[in-house]
Write a protein that binds this ligand. Structure first.
Ligand SMILES: [Ca+2]
Ligand SMILES: [Zn+2]
Length: 472
């Protein structure tokens, strides 16, 4: 018993330490820093176009909520929005341009393993019969805000990594997920960190039931530490506790690594398909914000590995690489932190050499930053990814920009699909990536190539660096 008391004390101290940090929400080094504190544009309908009424509403909201972290105004706006997603699990037949690779040219999948957690995922391919089907869907969220939600179908198992971007995103997520999840149960849920744009959809609001209301959940894995005291994070944790009361099990990423309270780091999702929770430093110590607390994981099927790091930033990526020396080459990497310059650093990219990078964001949204250079996906992110792959895909984009001196105007633009809902179809040795809207690479999209004039200087939104990409 003494040991238990001691452990409780240690745990308590750890939690206090994690809770005690003050987040600088407006720090420019972390443009996507917190919740809806810089919220600008909301959409009230499922239509991509924002009418002038909703724009003026959101302008008012900007002024009133700019320093309101716990914001009660966390948008209770009702929406019946459903995305116009047309993608289905058979959608691979719709599109032809994306490559299906059958080799592993940059692969380093036969590393000597020092990390137990990855050992089981580093396999060589064998007969397809040994594997269930695997589909990974990067979801478009139905609004012009950055946020993550990745729905995965592995055999009969349903996995959801994050439920962004707003509370009112929940109906959009539900409309998509229920097309594939036929038993009403998400066997695995991962909430990477405590930011609104990753957890709000689990919660919902008075007008929109959240994912936790709509689905039974099996195993919930989430962040070991948080700094924020935001209402949405409290609401998330309260609803998570309710799920546990109703039979779900909950583990923090730290418990997964330490294999305590029944947790483990490797989960078999379906035949030949595993989920590995990846270790990193900020499961154990406080970070200067939520992002570095992100739960990181690898999903593997034969030679195919898929990496998800939430909003992990540079220090976290460095620790991830250090703690996972056998991190394999990955087919697809979810672009870190919505394509922010803070993430997808060379230290990680050089290790995993992604063939495809999928970015969950609304390209160009001024939600977190009014300046062109800092909007997602950032030029720095593009410059760093380009040597590895031209195949960067982004869910949504903004169009119709107005300028305001040196900045893009925070209102007046509209959202439309870029690639749309992006679906990865994996077999043990091949994979395909297709968007529900199109398969256009980021560098060829409308947003990327749009010219804007800021402070008298005209330039494209983004430029593609003069490099020879490993993957075209
Ligand atoms: Ca299920
Ligand atoms: Zn985020």
């Amino acid at each position: 018993m003494k040991r238990r008391v001691f452990l409780s004390l240690i745990l308590g101290l750890t939690l206090v330490s994690c809770e005690g940090f003050n987040l600088d929400r407006f720090s420019f080094s972390s443009p996507h820093s917190e919740d809806s504190s810089m919220k600008t544009t909301d959409e009230s309908t499922s239509e991509p176009n924002i009418d002038s009424t909703s724009i003026s509403t959101s302008e008012e909201e900007i002024n009133s909520s700019s320093s309101n972290e716990n914001n009660s105004s966390e948008n209770k706006e009702s929406t019946s929005s459903k995305t116009s997603s047309s993608s289905t699990q058979d959608s691979s037949s719709q599109v032809s341009s994306s490559a299906a690779t059958s080799s592993n040219p940059a692969g380093n999948s036969s590393q000597t393993s020092t990390s137990e957690s990855l050992t089981s995922s580093v396999t060589t391919s064998s007969a397809t019969a040994d594997y269930d089907d695997l589909y990974i869907h990067f979801l478009e969220l139905g609004n012009a805000n950055a946020g993550d939600s990745v729905y995965i179908k592995a055999g009969d198992t349903d996995i959801l990594i994050d439920a962004g971007s707003k509370r009112y995103s929940a109906p959009t997520l539900d409309a998509y997920i229920k097309k594939y999840c036929k038993d009403g149960k998400l066997e695995y849920v991962i909430a990477t960190h405590a930011h609104e744009d990753h957890i709000a959809g689990f919660v919902g609001d008075d007008d929109n039931q959240g994912i936790f209301d709509l689905y039974e959940t099996g195993t919930i894995i989430d962040y070991a530490c948080k700094n924020t005291t935001s209402q949405v994070s409290k609401d998330y944790e309260a609803k998570r506790a309710k799920e546990v009361e109703q039979g779900a099990v909950h583990y923090t990423a730290r418990e997964c690594m330490e294999k305590t309270n029944g947790a483990t780091s490797t989960y078999t999702l379906a035949k030949g398909i595993t989920l590995n929770i990846l270790d990193q430093d900020y499961y154990y110590k406080k970070a200067s914000g939520e992002n570095n607390h992100s739960v990181c994981c690898l999903i593997s099927q034969g030679d195919n590995h898929f990496l998800f790091t939430g909003d992990l930033e540079k220090e976290g990526e460095e620790s991830l690489v250090k703690r996972n020396p056998d991190l394999p080459h990955v087919r697809v990497f979810k672009g870190g932190h919505h394509g922010s310059y803070t993430s997808s650093n060379e230290v990680l990219l050089s290790k995993v050499k992604p063939e495809v990078v999928c970015v969950c964001c609304c390209a160009g949204t001024s939600e977190y930053s009014p300046t062109k250079d800092n909007q997602f996906p950032s030029q720095d992110f593009i410059n760093r990814v380009a040597p590895y792959t031209e195949r960067i895909y982004v869910t949504s984009q903004t169009t119709g920009w107005k300028t305001d001196g040196g900045s893009l105007s925070s209102s007046g633009y509209t959202r439309k699909s870029m690639n749309g809902d992006i679906t990865v179809t994996s077999t043990p040795t091949t994979f395909e990536v297709h968007g529900s809207n199109n398969d256009t690479k980021l560098k060829d999209t409308e947003w990327f190539n749009t010219k804007v004039t800021l402070d008298g200087v005209t330039s494209q939104m983004r430029t593609w660096p003069n490099v020879d990409s490993l993957y075209k």
